[in-house]
Ligand binder design. Structure first.
Ligand code: ZN
Ligand code: FE
Length: 255
């Protein structure tokens, strides 16, 4: 069994506390305080920090958590030297035994080059960090559009009922951009309506289902003829289409 506690942090970060058979890990602790509070409320002992990538809003709580709980810190081998307190470098493709779960470390370069995602295959649960968001993907700070497209394609091959726990609540901001590309896409419009209702009630739009996301996100539909037409890029191939979507998002200003 896998238990997941979603913690809000800073403006729009999510930190995830995961627990299986008496073992506890935290994915991407932006800061220590909400994690320590959640642990104390449940009388849980923290065993690990797992970082998806080295950005400050994902590793900010590492050192304080290590100091106060004695947990180990694991991050991708590529990020070993730039992850505070890192004890062990993870290689893409390796499997972590965690309580009753097996967690596959998937290499997902694009947002950063050492970025990894944590995939619980039996539970169909994915922690993609800043790689995949609802209606979005991470900016290309280190990788290329070709790398990110390959990464997103790989994640899209996971089962449709995969539950995706992204690291940010960006859905409504992404929605505005997605609508600027395809203002009359009815699937997109009804997806966004549901997201708006959730936010109105103060609920998160994360996690979300991979299968639903694949059908609407412009970042996952570079092979989709309708999107290609909307961009005026019918015969360009998916990498060019994806790169154009990413480029437009980078310069998009929400009206
Ligand atoms: Zn990041
Ligand atoms: Fe982030």
């Amino acid at each position: 069994m896998l238990e997941i506690i979603q913690l809000e942090s800073l403006k729009d970060n999510y930190i995830y506390l995961v627990r299986s058979n008496g073992k506890t890990a935290v994915v991407d602790p932006t800061e220590a305080a909400p994690v320590l509070k959640a642990l104390e409320e449940r009388d849980w002992k923290l065993d690990w920090v797992w970082n998806t990538h080295h950005h400050w809003d994902h590793v900010g709580g590492n050192l304080e958590l290590k100091q106060k709980t004695g947990c180990a810190i694991w991050a991708s081998e590529y990020d070993f030297d730039r992850t505070p307190g890192c004890d062990r470098g993870l290689e893409p493709g390796e499997t972590i035994e965690f309580g009753d779960c097996r967690v596959e470390v998937i290499g997902v370069p694009g947002h950063t080059l050492g970025h990894v995602a944590f995939w619980f295959s039996k539970e169909k649960t994915l922690f993609p960090g800043d790689t995949l968001f609802s209606l979005g993907c991470g900016r290309l700070f280190e990788g290329t559009a070709a790398q990110m497209w390959e990464t997103l394609s790989r994640l899209c091959d996971l089962p449709a009922d995969t539950v995706v726990y992204s690291a940010h609540e960006y859905t409504l901001a992404n929605a505005s951009f997605a609508l600027s590309l395809e203002p009359s896409n009815s699937n997109l419009l009804s997806y966004i309506e549901k997201a708006r209702e959730k936010r109105k009630k103060g609920q998160p739009t994360v996690p979300f289902l991979l299968g639903e996301e694949r059908a609407v996100s412009p970042f996952l539909r570079a092979k989709d003829r309708d999107l290609q037409e909307a961009l005026g890029l019918i015969t360009s191939g998916p990498v060019k289409v994806f790169a154009e979507v990413r480029r437009r998002k980078d310069t998009y200003i929400d009206p």
